[in-house]
Design a protein around this ligand. Structure first.
Ligand code: B3K
Ligand code: ZN
Length: 865
C-alpha cells in the first residue's frame, strides 16, 4: 500500500509546535473485524480549549462510510457535519479532515465517525494489519491515523474503551478486560499506544503481586504450538517488574499485562499500554532453537517495553522531536537492568560496541542528527541509534555528573511532577536542575548538537609536575557547521608500572581545554605515568590519547577498570591491524603473549575473555583508515583481519584448546549468564581452533550440540571452513522453524567468501522459503550482505545493485523496512572514487524511481546530501 503523499513532502519542525486546541475526554471504539473490510466506529467526547478553532483530524487510507441516504458518517452530537480535506490539494482520505470552527459547538460535544479499512492489504505493517490470520496493530509513530480519524499526536491523551466484534477466540486491547472483546484503559494515553490483537492464540500465563500487594495477571499470547517457548520471556517480565519497583520505585498499574508475539513486525517490539506486541524473535525461545544471544535480547527487550510503562506511557512525549525523552531513558534503564542481571562490564562493553558500530557511524556521515532532532519529513526515520543509544548515553552521563542519589531524586521528581503528561527535554532537565541546584543549560547541548566529540589527551612531566591536558572539539555535521563546547564527564586514573598512582577521579571537561596537574613528588616520581582515561566509557566521545603500544599491553593486563582493560586490548589490536593493512605481515609476539595471559586467567569472567579475543570489525577498521587519512579498501581489510585471526589461532592454539576443554558444557542447558559466558568462550576458541586445525573439531561440536548456541557456532565455523554439506544438513533439520531459518539465511552470507556472497544472496532470494514480505526474513538476507563489507563493497558494484534493487522493490510494499535498510549506503563518502560513483548511481536510481515513499525518499535525499 502506497502513502498518497505529495511529491515533495514538507518537513515538520520543532519550532512550529502549537498545542492542540481541543481536549479528548473519552474515546470509545468499536471494531467489526473483517480481513478486507473492517468497520471502525469511533465516538469521541471532545472539549474545545480555545474559541474559534477548526477541528483537525488525521486520517490516511480511510473510507468514510455513508448512511443509507448517502450522507458520510461523520457527525457532531448526532447530526452530520461538513468537512474539508486537511490539505486542500489532497483528497480527505490522503491526510485527514478539517471541520470548520463555525461547525464546532462552544462546549463539550460528541464526534462520531464510521470508517472502513482493509487490514489484509496493509503490507506496510503500520495501522491494523494481518499476520498469518491474526489481526494486530502498530501505531507508533503515526499509525493510528490509518485506523480512524483522530488527532494522532502524542500530546493528545485520553482514556479508551474498545469493543471488538469478531468470531476469533482471543480479542485483546489495552487496559483491563470488561468481558469478551471489551476493554477499558483508564490511563489517558496518546493514540500511538493503542493496540488491538485478535486471533487464534494460546496463552502462557502467570501472575505477579506488586510491592503494594496488587495482583496482576500476566499472559504471553502466541500461536498454538509455541506455548512451550515463552517461559524465559515470562521470567524476564517478572524480573523486570520487580526491578522497576526496587530501582525506580515504579509499580505496574493495571490488572493485566499482555504480551503478544507476531511473526510479521517491522521492529523489535512495541510498548502499547498493557498490551505489548513483540516480534516473535524476541519472545520465543527454547534451548534447541535460540542462542544465548537471543535469550539476552529477549530479556533486554521484554524489560525495555515493560519499563516504557512509566517512561513513555504514563509520561509521554509532547511531540515526536522529544522521542529521546522516552527512548534514551528507557534504553538506559534496560541497560542498567541487564547489567544487574548479568555481568556489568560485559554488558557495558557490548553496549559500547553497539554504540560505536551504529551510532558513531551515523554521527560521522550524512545522516548525523541531534539526539533531539529539529525537523523531519518522516518520523519513522528518526528511530535511530542516535535517539536511542546516544540518548541513553546522555542519561548515563547525567547520572555520573550528579551522582546516583541525585539522579534518583531527579527521576522521582520527574515521575511526581509529570505523571499523566506529555513532556519535553526541558521538563526532564528542569527536574535535575531543581534537585541538584545546578545549571544544566550547557549539558543540554548533548541534545542539540550532533556529531561525536573528539577528546584529545596529552600528558607529560612539566617542571616538577605531571600534567594532563584535555581538549575537545565537536565536528561539523549536516546543517551544523559550528559547535559549542560540551560537558564531558571523564572518569580516569593514572598508572605507573601496573600500579594505580592516582585513584579514579572525575574530570568534567566543559571548556575547549582543561589542564590537570600533580606534583611529581606526590606521585612518587613515576617513571612512566600513563592515564587510564574515560573509564567505563564515561562519555560517548572519540578519544585521541597517544598511549604507546607497550603501555596498551600493560593496561590490557593491569587496568582495574574492566572496560578500559578491554579498550586497551582493542586499541592494541586496531594498531596492529592498521600496521598490517599498511603492509606489515607479522603480528607482534608481545600482543600474542598478552592475549595468551588474558585467555589463561581463570579468575576473569569467560565472557570477558571471549570479548578480549575478538578483533575490531571490518567496519571499525574502515573508519580507522579514514581517521588515519587513508581510503579504506574493504577487500584488503578483510584479508588482513583474517590473517591476524589466523596468526592468533596458530600462536594461541595450545591455550585455546585448554580453554575449549575447560569451558565444555556440563549439565543441562541454562540461558543464565554464567553458562552463557562459558559457551561464549568455548565457541570463540572453536572459531580460532577451526582456523588453526581444520574442521574436525567443529564437526564434532556440531554433532554433539544440544542447544542452538553450540550448533550455530559450529555451523558458522563449518561454513567458514568450506564444508560443502553443512548448509543442507542444517536446512533439513530446521526448515520448519521460521526463526531458526532466519539464522540459516543470514549466516551463510556472512560466512561466505567476499567474492561469492552477492551470488549466494541472489540465490537465497530464489529459495522457496525466502518470503520477502516478512521483515525478519528480508533483513536476514539483505542484512547479512550489508554486514559483510568486503562483499557489499565488491568493486564490481554488484552488492550495491543487489541492495538497491531490493530497496526499490520493498519500498512499494513496506517503506519503513526499506528506509531502515538503506542506511547500508550512509558511509559512501569513506570509499574510493570508483565505489563512490557506483553508490551514487544506485542512490540516484532509487531517488529517480517513480512513486518513492516519504520514508525512503527522505533517507536517500539526506544521504546524497
Ligand atoms: N517504541 C517502539 C518503536 C516504534 C518504532 C516506530 N517506527 C519500540 C521501542 O522503542 O520500545
Ligand atoms: Zn523503546
Amino acid at each position: 500500500m502506497k502513502d498518497a503523499t505529495p511529491a515533495a513532502p514538507q518537513p515538520v519542525r520543532l519550532a512550529d509546535y502549537t498545542p492542540y486546541p481541543f481536549r479528548i475526554d473519552d474515546v470509545a471504539l468499536t471494531f467489526h473485524l473483517h480481513p478486507t473490510a473492517t468497520k471502525v466506529v469511533s465516538v469521541l467526547t471532545i472539549t474545545p480549549l480555545e474559541a474559534d478553532q477548526p477541528l483537525d483530524l488525521m486520517g490516511e487510507g480511510l473510507t468514510l462510510l455513508t448512511d443509507a441516504d448517502g450522507t458520510p458518517h461523520l457527525k457532531i452530537d448526532g447530526a452530520p457535519v461538513a468537512f474539508a480535506p486537511l490539505d486542500p490539494a489532497l483528497p480527505p482520505f490522503a491526510q485527514g479532515i478539517r471541520i470548520d470552527a463555525i461547525d464546532i459547538p462552544d462546549g463539550p460535544f460528541r464526534l462520531t465517525s464510521e470508517v472502513e479499512i482493509n487490514p489484509e492489504a496493509n503490507t506496510a505493517l503500520e495501522g491494523l494489519y494481518m499476520s498469518k490470520g491474526m489481526y494486530c496493530t502498530q501505531c507508533e509513530a503515526e499509525g493510528f491515523r490509518k485506523i480512524t480519524y483522530y488527532p494522532d499526536r502524542p500530546d493528545v491523551m485520553a482514556p479508551f474503551t474498545v469493543t471488538i466484534d469478531s468470531d476469533l477466540p482471543v480479542l485483546l486491547s489495552n487496559g483491563n478486560p470488561q468481558g469478551h472483546g471489551s476493554w477499558h484503559d483508564p490511563h489517558p494515553k496518546p493514540a500511538y499506544l493503542f493496540a488491538l490483537v485478535a486471533g487464534d492464540l494460546v496463552a502462557h500465563s502467570d501472575h505477579f503481586t506488586t510491592a503494594s500487594g496488587k495482583p496482576v495477571e500476566l499472559n504471553i499470547w502466541v500461536r498454538p504450538g509455541d506455548e512451550d517457548k515463552c517461559a524465559y520471556a515470562m521470567d524476564a517480565l517478572k524480573r523486570s517488574m520487580c526491578w522497576d519497583e526496587t530501582e525506580y520505585g515504579r509499580e505496574y498499574d493495571l490488572d493485566v499485562f499482555n504480551i503478544v508475539a507476531v511473526d510479521d513486525f517491522n521492529m523489535g517490539a512495541m510498548e502499547n499500554k498493557g498490551l505489548n506486541i513483540f516480534n516473535s524473535k524476541y519472545v520465543l525461545a527454547s534451548p534447541e532453537t535460540a542462542t544465548d544471544r537471543d535469550y539476552a535480547f529477549i530479556e533486554a527487550i521484554v524489560a525495555h517495553e515493560y519499563f516504557h510503562n512509566w517512561t513513555g506511557n504514563r509520561i509521554t512525549c509532547r511531540d515526536w522531536f522529544q522521542l529521546c525523552l522516552k527512548e534514551g531513558l528507557t534504553v538506559f534503564r534496560d541497560q542498567q537492568f541487564s547489567g544487574n542481571m548479568r555481568s556489568e562490564p560485559v554488558e557495558r562493553i557490548s553496549n559500547v560496541l553497539q554504540l560505536r558500530a551504529r551510532q558513531f557511524r551515523e554521527d560521522a556521515g550524512p545522516l548525523a542528527h541531534n539526539v533531539r532532532p529539529e525537523s523531519y519529513v518522516e518520523i519513522n526515520n528518526f528511530y535511530t541509534a542516535t535517539v536511542y543509544e546516544k540518548g541513553a548515553e546522555v542519561i548515563r552521563m547525567l547520572r555520573i555528573l550528579l551522582g546516583a542519589d541525585t539522579y534518583r531524586a531527579g527521576v522521582d521528581l520527574y515521575f511526581d511532577r509529570h505523571d499523566g503528561q506529555a513532556c519535553t527535554i526541558e521538563d526532564w532537565l528542569a527536574c535535575f536542575e531543581e534537585v541538584s541546584v545546578r545549571d544544566l543549560s550547557q549539558f543540554k547541548r548533548w541534545y542539540t548538537q550532533a556529531g561525536t566529540p573528539l577528546v584529545t589527551a596529552r600528558w607529560g612531566v612539566e617542571g616538577d609536575d605531571f600534567v594532563l591536558r584535555l581538549s575537545q572539539t565537536v565536528p561539523e555535521t549536516p546543517g551544523q557547521p559550528l559547535k559549542e563546547p560540551m560537558v564531558i564527564p571523564i572518569l580516569f586514573a593514572i598508572y605507573d608500572s601496573g600500579k594505580e598512582i592516582v585513584p579514579e577521579t572525575l574530570a568534567v571537561l566543559d571548556a575547549p581545554e582543561m589542564v590537570l596537574s600533580w606534583p611529581m613528588a606526590d606521585l612518587g616520581h613515576p617513571a612512566d605515568a600513563t592515564p587510564s582515561l574515560l573509564r567505563g566509557f564515561s562519555a560517548p566521545v572519540i578519544l585521541d590519547a597517544p598511549i604507546s603500544f607497550g603501555q596498551l599491553l600493560a593496561l590490557m593486563s593491569d587496568d582495574a577498570d574492566p572496560f578500559n582493560r578491554w579498550e586497551a586490548g582493542r586499541s592494541a589490536m586496531r594498531e596492529e591491524l592498521m600496521r598490517m593493512i599498511g603492509g606489515e605481515s607479522a603480528v607482534s609476539p608481545e600482543l600474542l603473549s598478552t592475549l595468551e595471559t588474558v585467555l589463561r586467567d581463570t579468575s576473569v569472567d569467560p565472557a570477558f575473555r571471549a570479548l578480549m579475543l575478538a578483533l575490531p570489525s571490518e567496519d571499525d577498521l574502515a573508519q580507522a583508515c579514514v581517521d588515519a587519512g587513508l581510503v579504506p579498501d574493504p577487500g584488503v581489510i578483510h584479508t588482513k583481519r583474517r590473517a591476524m585471526q589466523t596468526a592468533m589461532a596458530g600462536a594461541l592454539a595450545p591455550e585455546l584448546t585448554c580453554q575449549y576443554d575447560a569451558m565444555a558444557p556440563a549439565g543441562a542447558y541454562s540461558p543464565d549468564a554464567t553458562q552463557a559466558a562459558q559457551r561464549s568462550l568455548c565457541n570463540t576458541c572453536l572459531v580460532y581452533l577451526t582456523l588453526a586445525e581444520g574442521a574436525d573439531r567443529a564437526r564434532a561440536h556440531y554433532d554433539n550440540a544440544t542447544n542452538m548456541t553450540d550448533q550455530m557456532a559450529a555451523f558458522a565455523a563449518l561454513l567458514d571452513a568450506g564444508d560443502p554439506d553443512i548448509a543442507a544438513t542444517f536446512e533439513r533439520q530446521w526448515s520448519g522453524d521460521r526463526l531458526v531459518m532466519d539464522k540459516w539465511f543470514m549466516v551463510q552470507i556472512t560466512q561466505a567468501a567476499p567474492d561469492a556472497a552477492v551470488g549466494l544472496a541472489e540465490a537465497l532470494t530464489q529459495h522457496n522459503l525466502f518470503d520477502w514480505k516478512n521483515p525478519n526474513r528480508f533483513r536476514s538476507v539483505l542484512g547479512g550482505l550489508i554486514a559483510s563489507p568486503a562483499a557489499f563493497h565488491d568493486p564490481s558494484g554488484a552488492g550495491y545493485r543487489f541492495v538497491a534493487d531490493w530497496l526499490i522493490k520493498m519500498d512499494s510494499l513496506n517503506p519503513q523496512t526499506a528506509a531502515r535498510m538503506s542506511t547500508a549506503f550512509e558511509t559512501w563518502r569513506r570509499y574510493d572514487a570508483d565505489r563512490q560513483a557506483l553508490i551514487q548511481t544506485e542512490l540516484a536510481r532509487i531517488a529517480d524511481h517513480g512513486d518513492l515513499s516519504r520514508d525512503l525518499g527522505e533517507m536517500v535525499a539526506r544521504m546524497r546530501g
